[in-house]
Design a protein around this ligand. Structure first.
Ligand code: PAF
Length: 279
């Protein structure tokens, strides 16, 4: 695997690959790689000639300095995993390679800015679009791969790509789950054994809402989900929403694409998860 830390190095390497007619797939990550990330890389390997994985813990998307501080950074382990899976290129820049001191960024991402994750992490998606824009401009991938677990992030990045006319195809890959249903996340490492058990309420509730969708109305389903999560010890619900899959505004039974999304703090760790109900 080629490892680059500077923009010049990676641009030189990729311009040669492009000149040789190779297609480029990008899997942007913040490291602490798990099977979910590796499934994105495998998907990219099936569709592109050269697969680039970026590992960059992006400071501008963290709304809580303590969260940024404690974000896991097991870089040697990540490199081993990427090598074992046959990833072609790792891009792992330092913060000052990506950002100048006084950068300003604001993109009009519409109502997605303030809904759900946007409401609980104000400014988060400005940071996400800022860094993804930089990576797309620098790497110029033909295809970029993101996980469904960050469903709202995928919609926000899709909007950015449309607004900026960026020539990249975006692919959303399914959530990878542990055997008991917990959505894989780099943050799961922070769960205590008790948290780990309590966290199962999220995927269980999402699945129950999906299976009950045709027998109850949305308001009742939402109340039931909120009660189930609020009654779970050690768990503090931020939101449970049954939303239109394109806008994330509250869905009605006629919506063509419906997704149920949840965010909750389990112990000291904030987790998100979602499930497609239809569409
Ligand atoms: O999903 C993530 O890990 C991050 O938000 C991303 C897309 C790599 C941007 O920092």
């Amino acid at each position: 695997m080629e490892k680059f830390t500077t923009k010049t190095q990676i641009q030189q390497y990729l311009s040669l690959a492009r000149a040789n007619g190779k297609t480029i797939g990008l899997v942007p990550t913040m490291g602490a790689l798990h099977a979910g990330h590796l499934s994105l890389i495998q998907q990219a390997q099936q569709q592109c000639d050269v697969v680039v994985c970026s590992i960059f813990v992006n400071p501008t998307q963290f709304t809580d300095p303590a969260d940024l501080e404690k974000y896991p950074r097991p870089i040697q382990e990540d490199i081993r995993k990427l090598e074992a899976i046959g990833c072609d290129v790792l891009f792992e820049p330092a913060v000052n390679e990506i950002y100048d001191n006084n950068e300003h960024w604001h993109l009009n991402i519409g109502t997605l800015e303030d809904l759900l994750e946007g409401k609980y992490r104000p400014g988060h998606y400005q940071g996400v679009t800022q860094v993804v824009y930089k990576f797309f401009t620098l790497i110029n991938p033909d295809v970029a791969f993101f996980g469904q677990k960050d469903y709202q992030q995928f919609l926000v990045i899709s909007r950015m790509v449309a607004l900026m006319d960026m020539p990249v195809k975006l692919i959303m890959c399914p959530i990878q789950r542990e055997a008991d249903g917990l959505a894989m996340s780099s943050r799961n490492i922070h769960l205590t054994p008790a948290d780990r058990q309590n966290a199962l309420v999220l995927s269980k509730t999402l699945n129950r809402i999906k299976s009950d969708f045709d027998i109850n109305n949305i308001a009742i389903l939402k109340q039931q989900a909120e009660a189930a999560i609020n009654n779970q010890p050690g768990t503090q619900l931020d939101y449970f929403e049954i939303a239109d899959g394109d806008t994330l505004l509250p869905a009605d039974k006629q919506s063509k694409k419906i997704v149920a999304l949840v965010a909750a703090k389990v112990g000291q760790t904030r987790l998100i998860d979602n499930v497609m109900i239809s569409g």
